[in-house]
Design a binder for this molecule. Structure first.
Ligand code: SF4
Ligand SMILES: [Zn+2]
Length: 371
C-alpha cells in the first residue's frame, strides 16, 4: 500500500513539510563564493503608474541569496551564494551598489532602478539594517527617481521601512512582494512560500502608511496544479487583491529550472509549465479589473536551461511578443487571437481535497524514483 493512497486523508501540514524539505534538499549554488559583482544588469523601458514611459536599469546583486528558500519553482537563490559561509560581506554589498550607481558615459539613461538580491532586500540576514539604510542614501544621492526592491512581507515592518524611506528622501519606493496566490493551500503548501495572509496584509498597510507602492506577483500554474485550476487560482487571487485596493500586478507563469521541486516533477512527467494560451486566458479574465504585466515569458532566448510556457512552433513567439506588448499598452486588442494548437481548457474550482491527494501522490512518485 503506498504511503498516501487516495482514500487515506492527507494532512496538509504533513504535505507542506514534505514539500518544503524536498525543496531545501534540492538547493545548491556550488561550493565556491561567486565574484562579488552583480550577476545581472539590463536596461529597458517601463510604464510608471502615471502612464509615463521611462528608462529602467535592472540589477541583481550578489548577496547570500534568499534566507527562506522554500519555494518549489524558484531557482534564484541557486544562482546566488546560497549556503556559502561568508557569501557576501556588508562592504561587498555597498561596493556593488556604488558601482551600479556610477554612471558611465555610454550607459542608457534611466530614472528607475530595480535592485534585486535573489531574495528579500529587507531580511537582515541578507542585507543588514545599516547597509539597507546606507543603500537608500546612495540611491538618493545618485539622482534615481524610483527604486524597486523585493521582499517577503514579514520583513516589511514599520521600524525597518520608516528609516529606509526617510533616507531615500524624494525617491519613490516600490516593493515587489511575491504573494503567488491568495489561496492558502496553493501559496503555503504547493508553492511552499512563507507568506501568510496576515503578514501580507500588514505589510500592505505599513507601505500605504509610508507612501510606498506595492508590486504584487502572482504565479500562473504553480507545481501540482493543472492549467484549468491555475486560471481559477489567478482569477480568485485578483478578486482578493482588488478587494484590498491593489491596482497593479505582475503574473509569473512558472518556468521549470534545475534544482527545484518543479524540475523534478517535470522530469518525472508529473508537471508541465502552463500552456501559453492558458497565460493568455488568465490575462483575459482579469485585465479589466487591474493593470497586468506578464513576466518571465520572454527569456526563452537567454535561458536555455529552463523549460518555459510554450505553444506550437507557428504561434509561440507571436504569443510571447503579444503578451509583452500588452504589458506596455494594457490594451486587450494587443492580446493574441487564436491558434489551432490551443488545447481545450476546462477552468475548474480549486478542490482542496483532490489537489492535496494528487500532490501527495506526485511526491510519492518522486520518492519512488529516488529523488
Ligand atoms: S520565490 Fe522568493 S521567497 Fe521563494 S525561494 Fe525564491 S527568492 Fe525565496
Ligand atoms: Zn499554436
Amino acid at each position: 500500500m503506498p504511503e498516501h493512497a487516495l482514500d487515506v486523508p492527507v494532512s496538509v501540514g504533513d504535505l507542506r513539510r514534505r514539500i518544503g524539505d524536498l525543496s531545501l534538499r534540492l538547493r545548491t549554488s556550488g561550493i565556491q563564493t561567486k565574484p562579488a559583482e552583480p550577476r545581472f544588469t539590463d536596461y529597458d523601458k517601463i510604464r510608471l503608474p502615471s502612464g509615463e514611459l521611462v528608462g529602467r536599469k535592472k540589477v541583481i546583486i550578489m548577496s547570500g541569496g534568499c534566507s527562506v528558500p522554500t519555494c518549489t519553482m524558484c531557482p534564484f537563490t541557486n544562482f546566488n551564494n546560497y549556503g556559502i559561509d561568508g557569501g557576501t560581506s556588508p562592504e561587498s554589498l555597498l561596493d556593488q551598489v556604488r558601482r551600479t550607481l556610477a554612471r558611465t558615459e555610454n550607459e542608457p539613461a534611466y530614472e528607475v532602478l530595480s535592485l534585486y538580491n535573489d531574495g528579500s532586500f529587507f531580511a537582515p540576514r541578507e542585507i543588514p539594517r545599516d547597509v539597507q539604510v546606507e543603500i537608500a542614501r546612495l540611491v538618493a544621492a545618485a539622482g534615481v527617481k524610483r527604486l524597486v526592491v523585493e521582499s517577503l512581507p514579514q520583513f516589511v515592518t514599520a521600524p525597518v521601512l520608516a528609516p529606509f524611506v526617510k533616507a531615500l528622501g524624494g525617491v519613490q519606493l516600490e516593493i515587489g512582494i511575491g504573494l503567488q496566490s491568495a489561496d492558502e493551500l496553493v501559496r503555503e503548501t504547493l508553492v511552499n512560500t512563507r507568506v501568510s495572509q496576515k503578514s501580507f496584509e500588514r505589510a500592505l498597510a505599513v507601505m500605504a502608511h509610508l507612501g510606498v507602492d506595492p508590486k504584487i506577483y502572482l504565479m500562473i500554474k504553480p507545481p501540482f496544479l493543472t492549467d484549468g485550476e491555475a486560471v481559477t487560482d489567478v482569477v480568485e487571487s485578483v478578486d482578493y487583491l482588488t478587494g484590498l485596493g491593489v491596482r497593479g500586478m505582475t503574473l509569473c507563469p512558472t518556468r521549470v529550472s534545475r534544482n527545484t521541486v518543479a524540475w523534478e516533477l517535470w522530469q518525472a512527467g508529473q508537471y508541465t509549465p502552463p500552456n501559453l494560451w492558458t497565460v493568455v486566458e488568465a490575462v483575459r479574465r482579469v485585465h479589466e479589473r487591474l493593470a497586468v504585466r506578464v513576466a518571465c515569458v520572454n527569456l526563452r532566448g537567454t535561458d536555455f536551461e529552463s523549460v518555459f510556457p510554450d505553444a506550437c512552433l507557428s504561434c509561440a513567439d507571436q504569443v510571447v511578443d503579444a503578451l509583452m506588448r500588452f504589458g506596455e499598452s494594457g490594451d486587450a486588442a494587443d492580446l493574441p487571437a487564436d491558434c489551432s494548437c490551443r488545447p481545450p481548457l476546462e477552468v475548474i474550482a480549486l478542490d482542496h481535497a483532490a489537489i492535496t491527494a494528487r500532490a501527495a501522490q506526485q511526491l510519492n512518485v518522486l520518492e519512488r524514483s529516488g529523488v
